[in-house]
Design a protein around this ligand. Structure first.
Ligand code: C2O
Ligand code: CU
Ligand code: CU
Length: 513
C-alpha cells in the first residue's frame, strides 16, 4: 500500500512550500507525466556525475582539523566566524563554501566533561543563522533552536557547562527555520568532542581520530548546486563525500595497531552504510558516548544522517591498504510522479588506511567500558507519527507541487508548542514511520534509550543499552524510546533529513519544572 497521496486540484494548496512548475524551464502540461519529457530530465540533472577523481585529485592537501579552543582566564573561550570562504578542493577546483572557522582555520571543538564553555559566534553570512550543539544537553537558551537567530552580520555568545558523564562525539550545525538544509548543505557542520578523564580507551593509549563525513552536491564547476525539488523530497544525498573536508584522505597506521574512529554523519540526507574492504569494526560507542561493553566485531554498519559511532579497528600486518567504503543503501525514494531517477547504487571509497612502519602490540580492550543505567518505568507515553503528503495543483495553466512532511499530521509551526512535558519524568515515545522512506528522528536536550523496534507486527527489543539522540526509523517501522529531560525549556524534535525538517517534519515541546 502506498501511503503517498496524489491530488490534482485547481487551486494552489495554501500551506507548505509551493513551487512554480516542475522543472526549471519548459514546464508544461506534460511535466507531471514523468520519464519521457525534457523537464524531468532537467530536474534530475543535479545528480549528473562529473569526474570527481580528476577534480579532487590531491590527497591530503588540507591540514588535519586543528583544535579551536583557547584558554582565557581559566574559562574556555572560542571565537567562531561563520563565513563564505573559497576552498581549494584541488589545484583545479575552488568552491565557495560556508564554513565555521576560528582565526587559525580550525573548527573542531574539543573539551572535557564539566568544562564551562563560551563560544563567541560572528555571523558574516547575508542571512540569519543559529548554532545548534547537536546532542549536547545544553540549556534551552543556548541550544541554537530556530527561535534564537543571530542576525546577518550579528554576533552572540553561547555559554554552557558540558554535562558530567557526557563524553562522546557530537557536532554542531545551523538550525534556522526553513534554512537549515541550505546552510548545512553549503558546508556548515563541524565536530564537537567531549572527553572524559576516565576514558578506558584513552588510558590504553589508543589513537583517536575524529572523522566528520559530509556529502556535498557539487556542480561541474565544483560549486554547491541549488537545491531542487527532488532533493527537497528525498533529501540531498550529495555527489562528493569528504572526510574532515578532504576528499578520499589517507591515514597511515602501524601493523597490528588499534585505532578509535569517531565517525560523524554530517550529511544532509545521505545514509552511510560503511564497510572496510579488509577487517572488522568493533562498535564501542554511539551518539552519547561509550557503550557499557563493546559489540561483537562487524563487517558493516549503518550511520543515518546526524548519527555518530565510535569503532575500534585493528589493522592486520598482512594487509598493506584498507579502504573504508560507503556501500549503497536504499532509504526509499519518492519520484513525485515526475520520473526522478534514484541515484545509482554505487560503492564509494571514503578514505584509505595505509598499513606502514613497524608492527606494534595490539592492546587488550577492557570488558567494561562504562556504566549505563536503564531509564526505568515510563509514566507518560507519546506517539509521534511521521507522515508525508504531496499535492500537485494547477493554477493559471501552471503546475505546482506542495510537499509536506509532518509529525502527528501537522507541519512545524514556530508559534505552536506541540505539548508540555515534565522535567525528570521518564517518557516513552513511539515513533511511527507511516511513510515510504526512512527518517532519522532526533530530539534536543537529554539523550534517550532505544527500547524496541517493531516491524510488520514483530517487536524486537534493543539488544544493548546506549545513549542516543538520533535513531533511524525505517519505512513502516515503529521505534520505541525512553527519554527523561533533566532541564526545563523549549526542545525541538525532528527528522534529521534536513530538507524534511525544513519542510515541516519537526515539532517543539516545553519541559516544565
Ligand atoms: Cu542536529 Cu535539531 O538538530
Ligand atoms: Cu540536535
Ligand atoms: Cu525525513
Amino acid at each position: 500500500m502506498s501511503r503517498r497521496r496524489f491530488l490534482v486540484s485547481s487551486l494552489y494548496a495554501s500551506i507548505g512550500l509551493v513551487f512554480a512548475g516542475c522543472g526549471k524551464a519548459k514546464e508544461s502540461d506534460h511535466a507531471m507525466h514523468g520519464k519521457s519529457n525534457e523537464s524531468s530530465a532537467d530536474s534530475h540533472s543535479a545528480y549528473k556525475e562529473f569526474d570527481l577523481n580528476t577534480l579532487l585529485s590531491n590527497e591530503n592537501f588540507r591540514a588535519p582539523l586543528p583544535l579551536l579552543l583557547t584558554q582565557e582566564g581559566g574559562a574556555k573561550l572560542a571565537t567562531l566566524a561563520i563565513q563564505e570562504k573559497q576552498v581549494q578542493l584541488s589545484s583545479e577546483a575552488k568552491s565557495n563554501l560556508w564554513l565555521y572557522q576560528d582565526q587559525s582555520g580550525g573548527s573542531m571543538m574539543d573539551v572535557m566533561e564539566g568544562d564551562a564553555v563560551r563560544i563567541k559566534v560572528q555571523n558574516h553570512l547575508p542571512e540569519a543563522t543559529t548554532v545548534h550543539w547537536h546532542g549536547i544537553a545544553v540549556p534551552s537558551s543556548e541550544d541554537g533552536h530556530p527561535h534564537d537567530l543571530i542576525a546577518p552580520h550579528g554576533s552572540r555568545e553561547y555559554a554552557f557547562t558540558v554535562p558530567a558523564d557526557s563524553a562522546g562525539t557530537y557536532w554542531y550545525h545551523p538550525h534556522p527555520h526553513q534554512r537549515t538544509a541550505i546552510q548545512a548543505g553549503r558546508g556548515l557542520a563541524a565536530p564537537f568532542i567531549v572527553r572524559s578523564h576516565n576514558d578506558p580507551l584513552a588510558k590504553l593509549g589508543i589513537a583517536d581520530h575524529v572523522l566528520l563525513l559530509s556529502a556535498l552536491q557539487l556542480d561541474g564547476n565544483a560549486q554547491i548546486s541549488e537545491q531542487n525539488m527532488m532533493e527537497q523530497m528525498n533529501g540531498r544525498e550529495g555527489n562528493a563525500l569528504f572526510v574532515n573536508g578532504q576528499y578520499q584522505p589517507t591515514l597511515n597506521v602501524a601493523p597490528n595497531s588499534t585505532h578509535r574512529l569517531r565517525l560523524i554523519n554530517a550529511s544532509n540526507a545521505r545514509y552511510m552504510r560503511l564497510s572496510l574492504d579488509a577487517g572488522l569494526m568493533t562498535i564501542v560507542g554511539v551518539d552519547g558516548g561509550l557503550l557499557a561493553q563493546a559489540l561483537p566485531p562487524q563487517k558493516e554498519l549503518l550511520l543515518a544522517p546526524a548519527e555518530r559511532v565510535e569503532v575500534l579497528v585493528t589493522f592486520n600486518a598482512a594487509t598493506s591498504k584498507v579502504i573504508l567504503n560507503a556501500l549503497p543503501y536504499d532509504k526509499g525514494w519518492m519520484d513525485g510522479d515526475m520520473g526522478w531517477e534514484k541515484p545509482a547504487a554505487q560503492t564509494i571509497a571514503v578514505m584509505q588506511f595505509k598499513v606502514v612502519g613497524d608492527a606494534v602490540k595490539t592492546p587488550v580492550i577492557p570488558k567494561q567500558l562504562r556504566v549505563i543505567k536503564p531509564l526505568g518505568e515510563a509514566s507518560v507515553t507519546r506517539k509521534m507519527v511521521l507522515s508525508e503528503k504531496m499535492e500537485m495543483s494547477m493554477a493559471g495553466g501552471k503546475h505546482s507541487m506542495t510537499m509536506e512532511f509532518m509529525i502527528n499530521n501537522q507541519m512545524f509551526d514556530m508559534n505552536r508548542v506541540d505539548f508540555k512535558a515534565k522535567q525528570n519524568v521518564v517518557e516513552l515515545w513511539e515513533i511511527v514511520n507511516d511513510t515510504d522512506m526512512d527518517h532519522p528522528f532526533h530530539i534536543h536536550g537529554d539523550h534517550f534509550q532505544v527500547v524496541s523496534v517493531e516491524e510488520s507486527g514483530k517487536v524486537t527489543p534493543a539488544s544493548y543499552l546506549a545513549w542516543k539522540d538520533t535513531v533511524n526509523a525505517k519505512a513502516g517501522q515503529t521505534v520505541r524510546i525512553k527519554i527523561m529531560q533533566k532541564q526545563t525549556g523549549l526542545r525541538m524534535f525532528h527528522c534529521h533529513i534536513l530538507e524534511h525538517e525544513d519542510l515541516g517534519m519537526m515539532g517543539q515541546y516545553e519541559v516544565l519544572a
